[in-house]
Design a protein around this ligand. Sequence first.
Ligand code: SAM
Ligand code: DTB
Ligand code: SF4
Length: 327
Amino acid sequence: MPAPLSLAEAAPRHDWTPAEVRALFELPFVELVFRAQSVHRAHFEPNAVQLSTLLSIKTGGCPEDCAYCPQSAHYDTGVDAAKLMSLPAVLAAAEAARAAGASRFCMGAAWREPKERDLDAVCAMVAGVKALGLETCATLGMVTAAQAARLKEAGLDYYNHNLDTSPEYYGEIITTRTYRDRLDTLGHVRAAGMAVCCGGIVGMGESLEDRVGMIVALATLPVHPESVPINLLVKVAGTPLAEAAALDPLDPLDFVRTVAVARITMPASMVRLSAGRETMSDETQALCFLAGANSIFCGPRLLTTPNPGRARDEQLLDRLGLRAMSA
Ligand code: SAM
Ligand code: DTB
Ligand code: SF4
């Protein structure tokens, strides 16, 4: 019998070592998931799932070279570069998301960093979405301390900026900005008083050690991210990671293990089962919820790629007796 959950295991810790995190990944599957579910129950109502909706407010043509990303201008993926959306179009999408039951609306832009003029427009979007009664989130690339403060002032609740992978594997995936740059942006977001949404991607050909490194990097941040998106790589033709012949598909149980380890190491954070649900079975998603995932993106698309639509998700939540969490 695994030992009952100790108080120490239920309380957030920031001193996780690679050896401890590796030991979690190496637990027998059932024990790992049991521990994750026990931690989950110490912090959350077990049958409630938070629903977020994504909108790509500025699509494609991005100068960065992230090897997974369909929006990078470095790769020919068939995603056309578009201009920043208008305020009324964004507000209409936010209203539709609210009507469909989302409690948070996340606006994504394919930028390395926002220009000042763009930030004015995004601040107006944030204020408008907030006025609809939704929680607001944005992911706009790197931000300075001053930009983060302006976003906060406009009413931004969450800023998403992912570490993506381990510090060691990072250079294989992105060369146009550093891990340090990402940590600096996360620091600016925190200093401005916003909640942080920060996670990563699995299935990019990384080793177990890299998954350990990614979780250690997240779980040793001075404050855990309030939201931790765990994305499964969506292979988009034309991106280096989709073209990499040597890239084996990830064992779904390894995805579940990553969710479970995120839950145990960041016990009070929302763990989001993010990209990759379109190709995931209901059974794998059910295991992710059992392993402590308590948030998803809903709606028929993520930023540029498909996501299960409303009907399929309603059916999934119904099948599992899960209900949407209100904001
Ligand atoms: N340009 C901004 C940035 O990179 O911070 C914001 C948008 S970017 C698309 C947000 C996140 O989406 C990335 O950090 C990455 O984790 C995730 N992402 C992008 N393409 C993906 C893919 N093909 N599969 C899984 N996750 C992906
Ligand atoms: C996150 O971690 N995953 C979301 C959100 N944050 C912005 C984005 C997933 C994008 C998947 C590829 C696409 O649709 O373009
Ligand atoms: Fe640009 Fe973000 Fe895509 Fe990287 S992940 S290429 S920064 S849109």
